[in-house]
Write a protein that binds this ligand. Structure first.
Ligand code: 13P
Length: 339
């Protein structure tokens, strides 16, 4: 394990004013996104869309890294440059999703455990050769009546820690993503309780598995009301609860925290991140690792039409810039009109 390389990469992933683009949608998920713009999900359409994002003028000012999917890390730009090389040439660190999805946890109805540990060492070696310098593994914790159980949290935390150890063994920075879902009608208090339990367990297991904390990035949910809650907590309350929860569990040795957007609207996700960054001095860099909140409006602007390629790029670069500002607390809602 090359500790200084791991620490350098982790710091670069959460560098001031920048964040991460999650573009690692699996084939099934990207099909759903393309369905929304009535575009067939062919390999070439997926490639063209990823090229739109990766080559958007101005985006590298606000994007430190991109999480790729297995198919994408092997694809190329229209003029034949492999995507990982293209990104690296533009100062963007290539990363790779390595989990194989959340699968039903036997004996625990409604709960899942993320799979993908078998053969992971060999896959990591291959991905590093293709240019990946960081990886992502997403654990999913759902909130509903009677769940999550402590057992499901434990099973997911254990898998996250084993994944993280294998990444570091191969000089790949692990993004550790325990996502407490915002589906459902639960209160912000319930989200805080479950996020507390989850982060507590995850950091215990990371310590047990001898993870080098300086060489990882945490990707958590914000502490937020469920999407279907009758009364949703105000943005200021989300920022306050999120910071309180992170302070309880995330050691200062961790260089950065990059939030997932998890179904928040693009503007909501940007505002929350900006308010979080106004909470005063904190030991870690707090930024974004958004999928939907960075891509939704760009995808709609493009609509699969080659005539709208530039419009899609402009929209993506705009959201990236606004989130970059939010990562240092300098975004305000008024900027949506001006930009
Ligand atoms: P969202 O921001 O759309 O939640 O996606 C981020 C991600 O990478 C989930 O694993």
């Amino acid at each position: 394990m090359n500790r200084s390389e791991l620490a350098r990469t982790a710091q670069a992933m959460v560098a001031k004013g920048k964040g991460i683009l999650a573009a690692d949608e699996s084939t099934g998920t990207i099909r759903k996104r393309f369905d929304a713009i009535k575009l067939e999900s062919t390999e070439e359409h997926r490639r063209a869309y990823r090229e739109l994002l990766f080559s958007a003028p101005g985006a590298p000012d606000s994007i430190s890294g991109v999480i790729l999917f297995d198919e994408t890390i092997r694809q190329q730009t229209a003029d034949g440059t492999p995507f990982p090389q293209y990104l690296a040439q533009h100062g963007i660190i290539p990363g790779i999703k390595v989990d194989q999805g959340a699968k039903p946890l036997a004996g625990f109805p409604g709960e899942t455990v993320t799979e993908g540990l078998d053969g992971l060492r060999e896959r990591l070696i291959g991905y590093r050769q293709l240019g990946a310098r960081f990886a992502k593994w997403r654990a999913v914790i759902d909130i509903a009546a009677g769940i999550p159980t402590a057992f499901a949290i434990e099973a997911n935390a254990h898998a996250l820690a084993r994944y993280a150890a294998l990444c570091q063994e191969n000089d790949i920075v692990p993004i550790v993503e325990p996502e407490v879902l915002m589906d459902g009608d639960h209160s912000i208090e319930r989200c805080e309780e479950v996020t507390d339990a989850t982060l507590s367990c995850v950091f215990q297991r990371l310590q047990d598995h001898r993870i080098y904390l300086e060489g990882m990035v945490l990707k958590p949910n914000m502490v937020i009301s469920g999407k279907k809650a009758a009364q949703r907590a105000a943005p200021e309350a989300v920022a306050e609860a999120t910071v309180r929860c992170l302070k309880r569990h995330v050691p200062p040795a961790v260089p950065g925290i990059a939030f997932l957007s998890g179904g928040q609207s693009p503007t909501e996700a940007t505002l929350h991140l900006s308010l979080i960054n106004r909470a005063g001095p904190l030991p870690w860099s707090l930024t974004f690792s958004y999928g939907r909140a960075l891509q939704e409006t760009a995808l709609a602007a493009w609509g699969g039409r080659s005539s709208a390629f530039k419009a899609g790029q402009q929209e993506f670069a705009r959201r990236a810039r606004l989130n970059g500002l939010a990562s240092s607390g300098r975004y305000t809602a008024e900027m949506e009109k001006a930009a």
